[in-house]
Design a protein around this ligand. Structure first.
Ligand code: ZN
Length: 379
């Protein structure tokens, strides 16, 4: 085969693809012939949208300071209000609409036999563009938290763990008290307002009856930019659910990175509002911190971890066992695959530490604690 004919073949293929000749098997086998000849403007529209999105991403990566004013405090707030007081106000989670829409789309393609690689590529381009315009640009915004690392010593972590453990044991009666979505939102908005973070809208993070399907995929909660709300499983135990809910809501208010969403969830639940549920919210946040510190201590010093286990009261141990057995149901190969995919996703979005990014909140809490201790010593 000479080079010219190979080039001609590729040119022919490209022209065919451009003009929609490979649009569908139905079309090629006696469908609407006019479709073959016409150029499909939808393809160009999706390609132009993706190119504009890439250009804006380029702008934000060289000028990250612009994200706050050109996106978070402007366009994103418009999305929030427009969605939260319309579709978000409906009693059915938007993930359900999104799922039904997806099923309808797939059903339509199968019925009309109008599936094509080009159509799929076009869909991926739209998903890519909409992801960033609806939320993803927030990944380009510089963090408000210090980018520092702490060299953890096992003694310090042990002492911190013991402090939190005693707090949990003393207030164990508040463990079982459930919290409503509105209560969690009110707490988060209250904390965000203290830090001058915009809180327009009314972010939803609903627990919907999906029988734990997402948890089998390794997901306790997820914020989807396309549905504009957080989704969590109703199978999550009461001790854990409010923290996950606050974490997903934090994403909804524009806090993109995982460690920062965890930090905001903790602060939202531990900042008192002067109401009856303060202690219940505080317990849930401390429980999440306790679990994170235990994981860290286990890695640092196994003997110290064993000591902390022995020190733990039987009541708290029993409650923790109950939570652990709930989570044990959802650990499988699919869940492992889910967390691996999440790690790849986080790295793609600039969090080079991957899943370890979730634990960044411990660093900021530790620094805050140190600052508070040095302030106290000064007086
Ligand atoms: Zn998250």
């Amino acid at each position: 085969m000479d080079e010219k004919s190979l080039l001609d073949r590729w040119k022919h293929r490209w022209n065919g693809l451009r003009k929609g000749k490979f649009h569908s098997r139905a079309v090629l086998h006696g469908g609407d012939q006019s479709m073959i000849k016409s150029k499909d403007p939808r393809f160009y529209r999706s390609a132009i949208a993706a190119l504009v999105t890439l250009a804006v991403m380029g702008l934000f990566s060289i000028w990250p300071g612009a994200v706050e004013w050109l996106y978070l405090r402007s366009l994103f707030q418009v999305w929030r209000v427009a969605y939260d007081y319309t579709l978000g106000a409906l009693p059915i989670p938007s993930g359900v609409w999104l799922m039904l829409f997806g099923i309808w789309g797939i059903g339509r393609c199968v019925k009309q036999r109008s599936w094509s690689w080009r159509g799929l590529f076009q869909l991926l381009l739209w998903l890519f563009s909409s992801f960033f315009w609806l939320w993803g640009f927030l990944y380009f915004m510089p963090s408000k938290k210090p980018d520092v690392d702490v060299h953890w010593s096992s003694i310090e972590v042990y002492n911190w763990l013991m402090e939190v453990q005693t707090d949990l044991e003393t207030h164990l009666a508040h463990a079982e008290i459930a919290m409503t979505e509105s209560e969690v939102r009110e707490r988060l908005e209250h904390f965000l307002a203290q830090t001058q973070w915009p809180t327009a809208g009314r972010v939803r993070a609903r627990a919907w009856c999906e029988g734990g399907i997402t948890r089998y995929l390794g997901v306790s909660g997820i914020y989807l930019p396309w549905s504009m709300e957080g989704h969590l499983s109703e199978t999550l135990p009461v001790e854990v659910l409010p923290f996950v809910q606050a974490h997903e809501m934090a994403h909804g208010y524009g806090i993109a990175r995982e460690g920062e969403a965890d930090y905001h969830a903790y602060k939202a639940l531990t900042t008192p509002l002067g109401v009856e549920t303060d202690a219940a919210a505080h317990w849930k946040a401390q429980y999440e911190l306790w679990c994170a510190l235990r994981r860290m201590l286990l890695q640092l010093d196994q003997a110290a971890f064993e000591r902390s286990r022995q020190q733990c009261s039987s009541e708290l141990t029993l409650r923790h066992q109950k939570v652990k057995s709930n989570f044990a149901v959802y650990t499988g190969q699919m869940a492992q695959l889910g967390s691996k995919s999440n790690a790849i996703y986080l790295k793609t979005m600039g969090m080079q530490d991957g899943l370890a990014n979730y634990d960044r909140w411990l660093v900021w809490l530790w620094i805050e604690g140190m600052n508070a201790r040095s302030q106290a010593n000064r007086f």
